[in-house]
Design a protein. Sequence first.
Length: 179
Amino acid sequence: MKSQTKKDLKEFIKSQKINILVLFIMIILISITFKKIVLNDVKDIITTLQSISAAIFTIVGLWVGFLYPNAIAGVVNDNVDYIKNTKDAPRIEKLIYVIIISAIVMMSTLVFYVTKTLLINTYFYSINKGAIKFIALTMILFMSWLQIKCILSIILSNINFANNLHARINRAKIEHEDD
């Protein structure tokens, strides 16, 4: 493996420590409770997850398109030259990741329903019901965690934006008081 690839892999694993820890905790909780959970009870979570993912995907997509119109062209053409101000890059990157994660969550819920439809009345499902239920619950809870992270990222981004806006307004007031 190339040294840069190893370095990137280490950085990725380091950045995913919280996700791995949360997944581990979820697996423990599901191991304790999954026998008492009926998949029909999880439908509300899946529906909420779909709604939140679609809303975030749409709102953040529009937000990126409106605030950074050249970003859309850059994403389509795989060209990051549109970033004229390097301090915008981390914000754009966070928003793009939120869009990607929300899309993955929406796709995962679709895969969940398709798989359920295809497997529910099969012999394979009847003999592996416990394992399938365990995997499904883990997937649903982990997707919920990822979506919660997206929501928190948007909240923090908006707080940061509001703080920057207030700082800019205060600087403008101070500059005008000197006149």
